[in-house]
Ligand binder design. Sequence first.
Ligand code: PLP
Length: 412
Amino acid sequence: MEDVGGDRLAVDAGLRARAARVIPGGLYGHQNVASLPRGYPQFMSHGLGSRVWDVDGNEYIDLMCSYGPVLLGHRHPRVDEAVARQAALADCQNGPSPRMVELAEAMTDSVDHADWAIFSKNGTDATTQCVTIARAATAKRKILVATGAYHGAAPWCTPGPSGVLPEDRAHLIQYRYNDLASVEAAASAAGDDLAGIVVSPIRHDIGVDLELPDPVFATGLRALCDRTGAVLILDDVRCGLRLHHGSSWEPIGVAPDLSAWSKAIANGYALGAVLGRASLADAVRSIYTTGSFWFAAVSMAASLATLQVLDEEDTVGRTVKIGTMLREGLAEQASARGLEVSLSGPVQMPFLSFAGDDTFALANVFAQRSILGGVYLHPRHNWFVSGAMDEDDLARVLDVTESAFDEVAASS
Ligand SMILES: Cc1ncc(COP(=O)(O)O)c(C=O)c1O
């Protein structure tokens, strides 16, 4: 039997045992590897470029990018430099540094629909602020959300029911992604109490194939909001800057009223942002929104550097190129073994699923073989291609996925 844990993850095992005593469940949230096949390390040591290392020193090509925040690659030198420069001055002070104004200028310059920006720390901060601003602006209560969509871990949106009151969700009405008729029905149910519609740029629900937006759906949402006065909120937390240097719906010509950002905007440093159009600035002024660390300068310096590198290195173009080669390679390998797979989503945020694999048994075999071979990917969540991944990394990934598909074929 291959060593999927044992000596290979000995240091990790020690940390897990200690964690189990002082951290409920050993770990909370999406980074708990208890739901992944055996062989995944729980604790990581460091990263560089396209690679990450666990606490036992095992090296992996990183196809999860910290679940989205790392876009340019780990410890990108330009971002590191900006961070060190700012950290030598100050991070958390009695007031923000000039970086805040510079960043608001940079983001409103690069995102078409944005006239102003506010900053926070996480995606949940940003999506929750969007909902609050929409309600403040309209003095209405109902918010439309897509069934199964993830917008964060606050009571209004967390997927887990424990500790959540029906009242926390009392004014949410669900629609189906890419189904305009279901949005119209939800809007009718809201009557004259509709404050806003939250939508993600693509459908990226956990465990199901990703769906690109139907332009008819996206333009239909815009038209509905124009007709009713509801606020169109684009949750760009996961896709933002990966698909386009601007709002992710700019390429299909649909401008939201508000957009929520986090994850990749500071290449791994903690930062959230809401961008919006001028007519909503008064609503922002009217709400009380703040946080002890929301004005800290280091992550804003990281974000400014990230925005510059994104253009200079054409990160979107590079990840599309490598992502396309990855998709083609995976499709070829699966088909050579007679395995029916679906490869969905934008190529730089790919998702792989096996036909009929409702329990993820095959996806788990694939993921386990990959992690043991030194490729960090996920069986149920979309992957992320970083700008640091090059053709050598890709060749190494495809080497490993070749044997992962062999094992799936043998087990199916
Ligand atoms: C689309 C989307 N919105 C919001 C969030 C919440 O972001 P955070 O985990 O930073 O609070 C996430 C996180 O995965 C996300 O993918």
